[in-house]
Write a protein that binds this ligand. Structure first.
Ligand SMILES: [Fe+2]
Length: 210
């Protein structure tokens, strides 16, 4: 009798052990969901475009290090997801959110937009000009994000800075990253981007929705 190929055996094991939609079901590992946290806007700013460093009508630019954050939204097979809405929100360079539950909110940097959104471009990318996130008490630096797909899917999660020692002490990070391969989905590798903007950093983070 001809022995079944190793590939068939593996496919069979996958089919029996891994439900469809599982984090590990296909070629790509999904971006793990993480808590929305307490600071999602209760009221959206008048300017909520994808440049959080510059608020429309203000001459001043936000304090902090500019970060160009971009990437694609992909399904588990690596196919771009069309028409998704991507939102991000984060604290300012002093660690202060623009939110009613934020103690000391009045100290916030009024030149920082704090929240932005965009629909994927025609080539399937999102791009934000925002700030390198900073730590605040109890949390490693992070950027919150949500992705709503045209088919009704919703993913809420957070990005961190690769190499930041505080990640390992952050309860939200530890709860989300159960498999080492999930790290690349939530840890941003920051690189200087002089071609984009003097003094700015850049990172590419594909968001994989299951
Ligand atoms: Fe937060």
């Amino acid at each position: 009798m001809k022995k079944p190929s190793r590939r068939l055996l593996l496919a069979g094991a996958g089919a029996s052990l891994l439900p469809i939609g599982s984090t590990f079901a296909a070629g790509l590992i999904a971006t793990p969901a993480q808590t929305e946290g307490p600071f999602y806007p209760t009221a959206f700013p008048a300017d909520m475009d994808n440049d959080l460093v510059q608020v429309r009508g203000q001459a001043a630019q936000a304090m902090g290090t500019v970060l160009h954050l971009e990437g694609r939204v992909l399904d588990l097979n690596g196919r771009p997801v069309d028409g998704a809405l991507v939102e991000i929100w984060q604290c300012d360079a002093q660690g202060v959110y623009d939110h009613p539950r934020q103690p000391g909110r009045e100290r916030r940097d009024m030149a920082f937009q704090g929240y932005g959104r965009m629909i994927l471009t025609a080539d399937g990318r999102y791009t934000f000009r925002t700030l390198k996130p900073v730590a605040y008490p109890g949390r490693a630096p992070h950027i919150h994000f949500k992705v709503a797909t045209a088919s009704g899917g919703l993913l809420t999660s957070q990005f961190y800075i690769a190499g930041e020692p505080g990640n390992e002490r952050d309860g939200v990070f530890r709860g989300a990253v159960r498999d080492p391969r999930q790290r690349e989905r939530v840890e941003m590798k920051l690189a200087p981007a002089p071609g984009l903007e003097a003094g700015a950093l850049a990172t590419t983070m594909d968001i994989v929705v299951g």
